[in-house]
Design a protein around this ligand. Structure first.
Ligand code: AGP
Length: 609
């Protein structure tokens, strides 16, 4: 989605803003722009449809100023063109605004401004903010922005420059992330840490309904009614190098290979070998609270939802508590019944996915308890939840989520262990699972080592316009995630089905041009799975099977990829079987020369509905 950067300090702003926008490219965008301000030359704006490098190529030579704001836009109101790109300015060219989010009452405000004689030049909702700020007569820029915000309904993360107040940037947040970076006699702002960490790791996360003023000398925070909030800065424990792809051709590749260490991090200090359970202090729930849970409802979007389905199965198996997962984007629209003895679990890498955030707010509105499985510390969902498990996957930059999903699965395993151990899960089974989780990182290492073996299959799959991913019970969410990953990075059509459902419809599509990737774990369903594969083979459908070493497939498959690691616990199959599917998607995309980290039309975190 859209990205924001801003800078005020002693250096020239334009190169810093362009570099920052480059760091936000993974969020997904279709145009970019910057505005800088200097006391002698006033406000200057450059913006362009296309990539940041297109903007950079066309930047005017003289574009000086030590204060500025920048933006990458992902079109919502009006097409991706130069005019609709941000920053937007008022008629006099004195105010510049960059904005993430959606102004719900933009149409009414546009009509009102037009009626008052203001000429609107773009199709965007954002432009109204620039005009509203310009028309305010408050004494300070803070007052003018606050007045403008009073007229706006919707979501925003925004930054405002004004030629009449050349020492400051005023920013505001409501439902769209905004982080202030505190430097040495300079201040930064961005919608994503990725754009800040090279300059500073001392940050302030603004809350919803909060504003801030940045000057070279520091920052102040306050509410939209200008009452001070005095939000303190925090030093983050992150390595800026983790935001670089290093020797890898893409972040997706780097992040897939980081999965073993990510698993170690999410487990660190959380396993209790003696009692076969987990320590999860952040849940803010004691044994009695956990015992009172009658049902678990997991909410997430996209791949987080699919891992949620895996998590629900784990919880049912280990804790024998009814559990299910639902797409967070649908949840609040069906007036959901929120029960006091249901534990709601929001799962999100970014912690900023608006659909998931709004689902959590709906749960809270109805008096429910919601915990979070979230990667980004201090993110909106993490803050909204009543407790939770941080995933510690490290920064995930590629749009296609890999390592964060693996840590989500482990997070669910930890939760299932604890819910199970306060019920009927025996200490022996708890210890079995704890030992399995301790082996998981090493097993993932071995699965990742299958990469070379997968390349040929991936190339072959990449040539198919359409394909199926199938699995049963534990294997079904794995198939869904495999299809999702392939779609995202190759743009090929891939549909996931329960293997058992094939003959109820989709088998009609099978022929030699439609391959099927089948997930066949070594479990109680293996024979039934193999039976269904014969039905595909009999119709000429090419078959790729992901399975364990001891499953007897006869000669049904065209290609078999065996996860040749010592058998871990059956409950951990889903995550070990997901990793080969990530590798398949990645190598298919590589063969097709896709822009793997920045798939078309997609964004890393979806912060608008
Ligand atoms: C994953 O590969 C996708 N890019 C996408 O489905 C993602 O999982 C979804 O948008 C949820 O994001 P979140 O985990 O940041 O909430």
């Amino acid at each position: 989605m859209c990205g924001i950067v801003g800078y005020v300090g002693g250096q020239q702003a334009a190169p810093l803003l362009l570099e920052g926008l480059g760091r936000l490219e993974h969020r997904g965008y279709d145009s970019a722009g910057i505005a800088v301000l200097s006391t002698s030359k006033g406000l200057k704006v450059a913006k362009k449809a296309g990539r940041v490098r297109d903007l950079e190529a066309e930047m005017p030579k003289r574009f000086s100023g030590k204060i500025g704001i920048g933006h990458t836009r992902w079109a919502t109101h009006g097409p991706a063109n130069d005019v609709n790109a941000h920053p937007h300015v008022d008629a006099a060219g004195e105010v510049a605004v960059v904005h993430n989010g959606i102004i719900d009452n933009a149409a009414a405000l546009r009509a009102e401004l037009t009626g008052a004689g203001v000429e609107l030049v773009s199709d965007t909702d954002t432009e109204v903010i620039a005009h509203l700020v310009a028309r305010s007569t408050a004494d300070t820029l803070e007052g003018r922005v606050s007045e403008a915000l009073g007229r706006i309904e919707g979501t925003y993360g925004l930054a405002v420059l004004h030629a009449g107040f050349p020492d400051r940037i005023v920013v505001a947040r409501n439902g769209s992330p905004l982080i202030i970076g505190v430097g040495d006699k300079e201040m930064h702002v961005a919608s994503d840490l990725a754009a800040l960490v090279r300059y500073t790791t001392t940050v302030v996360h603004l809350g919803d309904g909060e504003m801030a003023t940045l000057t070279a000398g520091g920052y102040t925070t306050y509410r939209e009614d200008l009452v001070a909030t005095d939000r303190a800065a925090k030093k983050l424990d992150i390595d800026p190098a983790s935001y670089d792809a290093g020797d890898h051709d893409s972040f997706m590749h780097k992040e897939m290979l980081e999965q073993p260490e990510a698993v170690e991090r999410v487990l660190r200090g959380r396993l209790d070998e003696r009692f076969g359970t987990s320590h999860l202090g952040g849940l803010n729930m004691d044994a009695r609270d956990l015992r009172a849970v009658r049902r678990v409802k997991i909410l997430g979007c996209g791949s987080a939802y699919y891992v949620g389905q895996m998590g629900a199965q784990l919880i049912e198996e280990l804790a024998r508590v009814p559990a299910d997962a639902e797409a967070a984007s649908e949840f609040r629209y069906r007036n959901p019944i929120v029960e006091p003895d249901t534990l709601y679990v929001a799962v999100s890498q970014s912690g900023e996915t608006v659909d998931t955030l709004l689902a959590v707010q709906e749960i809270h509105r109805k008096g429910g308890r919601c915990i979070g499985l979230v990667n980004v510390v201090g993110s909106a969902i993490a803050r909204e939840c009543d407790g939770g498990i941080y995933l510690h996957a490290g920064p995930e930059v590629a749009v296609a989520s890999t390592k964060a999903l693996t840590t989500m699965y482990v997070g669910f395993a930890l939760l299932a262990l604890q819910l199970g151990r306060v019920r009927d899960l025996s200490i022996a089974d708890g210890k079995r699972l704890v030992a399995g989780l301790q082996r998981l990182s090493g097993d993932l290492e071995k699965v990742l080592a299958l990469e070379d073996e997968l390349v040929d299959v991936a190339k072959r799959l990449s040539q198919a316009e359409s394909m199926f991913f199938v699995g049963r019970v534990r294997g079904y969410p794995v198939a869904r995630e495999g299809a999702q990953k392939l779609k995202e990075v190759t743009y090929r059509h891939a549909e996931a089905y329960q293997t058992s459902e094939l003959k109820h419809g989709p088998l009609a599509l099978i022929d030699k041009t439609v391959p099927t990737v089948a997930i066949v774990p070594e479990d109680e369903l293996a024979d039934r799975n193999v039976g269904a594969l014969h039905e595909i083979a009999a119709r000429g459908g090419p078959l790729v099977v992901i399975t364990h070493p001891n499953v007897d497939l006869g000669d049904v498959a065209d290609r078999v990829l065996r996860i040749d690691v010592p058998r871990n616990e059956v409950e951990l199959d889903p995550i070990l079987l997901t990793v080969p599917l990530q590798l398949l998607a990645y190598h298919a995309a590589l063969h097709l020369e896709r822009d793997i980290d920045k798939p078309r039309n997609l964004a890393k975190s979806v912060t608008v509905e």
